[in-house]
Design a protein around this ligand. Structure first.
Ligand code: FAD
Length: 470
């Protein structure tokens, strides 16, 4: 008997662990919910619910292949061994899975693999979260790329040479008859992710629709939060309900993306998928990032002000900066935030409120339906000017100008900050000089002054690091 252990690859199509196991013999599958470990990762309840709903759909999809998926309620990663202890008497010869890159997950796998070896059970793992496995390409001096653009160039070169291979759905096996041990059945979630569908066909339909109808305009419209002009596939990529290879294959099929044509919407979308790979490669190459270290070492010396009242105002969407508040309120209510707004609110937290980017990183993880350590850490470090392709520290988003530019008629603000709904398109971006007489808060900081403080914080950290070098 072969056993596929599903974790962040919650799909039937393009699933190498499943394909390989079924090629070897009768296969069963396992998913263990570990809410206590998820909590330690600050995983948002809405993401936890999406996972629980998705594996229920996966169970039906696998039933079509006669592969029983056992959905087990666990607690922590440490307790998973006891689930395996109960399953091994079924005659499990080998356990199959897809690699995960975060520290706790790697430790969990290492310890389980060692224990299984003692039990005489083989361990098989593939590395397919990215298009090209982390560590599989390096720069001229044999190290991982520290900057995105040369990484992308190399990535595109390899993509042009090798293309992308999507694994087909395995053929159904003969039904397996099992005498199952008593395992605690997985509980249902809180249904907070109900607005997001979970069936494979619906996810694929969304991918198809995006590649057929929207990707052409992606370059032009992707920065406008009021429009649904991005794919909104990140929740599925984050839990592996969809693979990045499926995205690429569909893009090529629908658009025949010309890799040299960097101006097309398809090429820009492709660049985003490459960013996803890049941050995962970076995470594997610099494991200290998992321990929340800044990529640029000298920025560790920045003395953040960490005012808890300001942090609370940011979390709640009560900063008095309408676009920031609209974005945070949307996040709190739905678990979703548009990429442009993630950049705006992250910059605001760090460079206007002078709060440690790690506070924001953690808050995002605890709320986002698509929380992904590598992308989230990469995004926050980019915004804080502490990361790989860090935005230069002196380039500081002006939250009002961003609002005028990317939400020109205020449609997005009006939806999420109803107190401002009646204001004109001109007034809505900075409503403080108006006698509006409503409850919308005053601005918590003066952007121009805050900007100067940021410059000084970075200058001092640099000075300190130069002094230490001398
Ligand atoms: C501060 C900050 C935090 C972020 N946190 C996360 C996170 O926790 N999880 C997450 O998936 N993305 C994160 N991102 C990246 C990006 O905002 C989201 O991937 C994107 O908004 C998802 O929307 P979409 O699926 O419509 O993306 P599209 O624009 O359609 O892009 C397609 C896919 O490419 C990937 N992608 C796009 N942009 C990026 C990027 N900058 N970095 C890495 N991958 C990218 C995603 O998988 C996305 O689904 C963060 C960005 C910032 C600035």
């Amino acid at each position: 008997m072969q056993l596929v252990w599903f974790r962040s690859d919650l799909r039937v199509l393009d699933n190498m662990a499943l394909t390989e196991a079924m090629a070897q013999g009768p296969t069963i599958a396992l998913f263990v919910a570990c809410p206590q470990s998820w909590q330690q990762h600050d995983m948002a309840p809405v993401k936890q619910d999406l996972i629980r709903r998705r594996v229920q759909a996966l169970q039906q999809e696998l039933a079509g292949l006669n592969v029983p998926l056992l959905l087990v309620e666990g607690s922590t990663y440490q307790k998973i061994q006891s689930v395996f202890e109960q399953l091994l008497p079924l005659g499990i010869a080998r356990v199959y899975s897809e690699a995960e890159y975060e520290l706790r997950e790697r430790r969990r796998d290492e310890s389980l693999q060692n224990w299984l070896a003692v039990q005489g059970v083989a361990w098989w793992q593939c590395d397919r979260q990215c298009v090209f496995a982390p560590g599989s390409f390096v720069n001229g001096i044999g190290a991982m790329y520290q900057v995105y653009t040369p990484f992308k160039k190399r990535w595109l070169q390899r993509f042009a040479e090798q293309g992308v291979q999507v694994l087909a759905k395995p053929k159904p096996q003969a039904p397996v008859v099992l005498d199952l041990p008593e395992l605690t059945p997985m509980q249902s979630g809180d249904n907070s992710s109900a607005d997001w569908f979970v069936h494979q066909d619906e996810v694929l339909q969304q991918l198809r629709r995006f590649c057929q109808q929207q990707v052409q305009d992606y370059k032009k419209l992707r920065d406008v939060p009021a429009l649904d002009a991005t794919s909104r596939l990140s929740p599925y990529l984050a839990i592996g309900a969809l693979s990045v290879r499926q995205c690429l294959a569909r893009l090529q099929f629908e658009v025949g993306v010309d890799l040299q044509q960097s101006e097309s919407g398809a090429s820009v979308w492709l660049s985003e998928l490459i960013w996803r790979d890049f941050y995962k490669h970076v995470l594997v190459a610099w494991p200290d990032l998992i321990k929340h270290q800044p990529f640029q070492a000298e920025t560790a010396a920045i003395v953040w002000r960490n005012d808890k009242t300001l942090f609370q105002a940011w979390c709640e969407g009560n900063t008095g900066y309408p676009l920031v508040d609209a974005a945070m309120r949307q996040l709190n209510q739905t678990g979703w935030m548009h990429n442009r707004l993630r950049m705006v609110v992250a910059s605001f937290l760090v460079k206007d409120l002078h709060i440690d980017w790690r506070w924001g990183e953690q808050y995002f993880m605890s709320r986002l339906i698509d929380g992904d350590f590598a992308a989230n850490n990469g995004g926050w470090q980019w915004a804080a000017s502490t990361g790989t392709d860090a935005a230069p520290y002196f380039r500081i988003f002006n939250p009002v100008t961003q609002s005028e530019r990317f939400d020109p008629d205020g449609a997005f603000i009006r939806k999420w900050v109803p107190e401002l709904a009646k204001l004109s398109s001109k007034q809505i971006h900075w409503p403080h000089k108006l006698p509006i007489g409503n409850t919308y808060p005053a601005a918590v900081v003066d952007h121009a002054k805050a900007r100067q403080v940021t410059l000084e914080l970075f200058r001092q950290a640099r000075q300190q690091s130069d002094d230490a070098d001398e």
